[in-house]
Design a protein around this ligand. Structure first.
Ligand SMILES: *Cc1c(COP(=O)(O)O)cnc(C)c1O
Length: 396
């Protein structure tokens, strides 16, 4: 079975008792037992639920592995990985512009309890090797990153990790298994914020961990029940529904993003377009090798100040001002004041996240409408503001 067929058929046969084509929602907390401890494989929904189990099997299958655990959020899934595979004194390496929530979890929750974290430019092989210590247990890869869309070579980094006995985790949220298959490139674990492309309609918060090796997976599965951040049956059902159009959606997201990136590259109001599908992007060649298309997220650095940027993002017609990404409806966000607000300003600027940086999650609307929405805003705010500046400085 090929990917698109598996998304619809794998583990999703018609219901044997009723013939229902859609997988049922097992909206139940508990299960009747014939005798104490004798049941049909389920006893309590925190431990295991048939709808959740179906989703776990489908997600693992789409990533090309055997094991999956679904959590109440992407961050809960990340926390299970860290709790399962780190002890106090252990060390984690993440990319420099790691997702803000991952940064917060590691630096504000784990670090004060005696864990060590280093952020490294993962495209610099020597810097990565220098950062490895005897107590390094996890190299956390996120590719493409948020919001600069940096690309890291999963195959190369996981080979380095393996040579040092370190686990490689790939946060595959931005690419989705449609565009990138980290296990084929050597990853040990894949993390998803299911909230984004996998569920795909901005109506679910959910996370998942996928694994190939049962020994790496077992402590994560144990923590899913033991710490209890499990996903509801209804949310799992929504994700199963979303997955059936994952491939179609991601293809359109990527086409639209490519069109917008190409059209705005070189625009007089835009200093820089960050999109791995542009040949000028520093990660373009690696992205072409390890991804089948370049995804639906791109960032623009507007040639203007903080206030004008805030006005620009607040007044778009189709790009709704909101955190998150990966839904059918286009979203716009301002990392400096939203997703990356947890990172101190000096650090943020130093890592290249300017005040004028905006991130687009390009939806599956008609690309012409989306482009018009952005171009109108550039004209109305950025270009006019520049003209005013010119007039003022001319009057001096
Ligand atoms: C959103 C996101 C997360 C966190 O997932 P939640 O579902 O919001 O908890 C982790 N990594 C990336 C790359 C994300 O975009």
């Amino acid at each position: 079975m090929h990917f698109d067929t598996r998304a619809i058929h794998f583990a999703q046969d018609s219901d044997p008792t009723t013939g229902a084509i859609a997988s049922p929602i097992y909206q139940t907390s508990t299960f009747e037992q014939e005798a104490p401890g004798v049941n049909k494989g389920f006893d309590y929904s925190r431990t295991s639920n048939p709808t959740r189990q179906t989703l776990e099997r489908v997600l693992a299958n789409l990533e090309g592995v055997e094991y999956g655990a679904v959590f109440a959020s992407g961050i809960a899934a990340e926390n299970a990985i860290f709790q399962a595979h780190l002890n106090p004194g252990d060390h984690v390496i993440t990319p420099t512009d790691v997702y803000g929530g991952t940064f917060r979890l590691l630096f504000n929750v784990y670090k004060p309890k005696g864990y060590h974290v280093t952020r490294v430019d993962l495209s610099d092989e020597d810097a990565l090797i220098r950062a490895i210590r005897p107590e390094t247990k996890i190299i956390w890869i996120e590719t493409p990153t948020n919001p600069k869309l940096l690309i890291f070579d999963i195959e190369k980094i996981s080979a380095i990790a393996r040579a040092h006995g370190i686990l490689t985790v790939v946060d595959n949220t931005f690419a989705s298994p449609v565009l990138q298959q980290p296990f084929a490139l050597g990853a040990d674990l894949v993390l998803h914020s299911v909230t984004k492309y996998l569920s795909g309609h901005s109506d679910v918060i959910q996370g998942a961990v996928l694994a190939r090796d049962p020994e790496v997976f077992a402590p994560i599965k144990y923590l899913q029940n033991a710490t209890g951040a499990t996903a509801s049956a209804f949310d799992c059902w929504l994700t199963l529904r979303g997955l059936k159009t994952l491939s179609l959606r991601v293809e359109r997201h990527a086409q639209n993003a490519q069109k917008i990136a190409e059209s705005l590259d070189g625009h007089s109001a835009v200093n820089k377009v960050y999109y791995p599908g542009l040949a000028s992007h520093p990660g373009h060649d690696i992205a072409r090798r390890q991804m089948s298309a370049f995804g639906g997220v791109l960032s623009l650095e507007l040639d203007t100040d903080l206030e004008t940027t805030k006005r620009f993002v607040s007044t778009r017609k189709y790009f709704k001002l909101a955190e998150s990404l990966g839904g059918v409806k286009s979203l716009i966000c301002h990392p400096a004041s939203m997703t990356h607000a947890a990172i101190p300003r000096e650090e943020r600027i130093a890592s290249g996240l300017a005040d004028g940086l905006i991130r687009l999650s390009v939806g599956i609307e008609d690309a012409r409408d989306l482009l018009e929405d952005i171009e109108e805003g550039l004209d109305e705010f950025v270009i006019r503001a520049k003209k005013r500046e010119f007039v003022f400085s001319g009057a001096e």
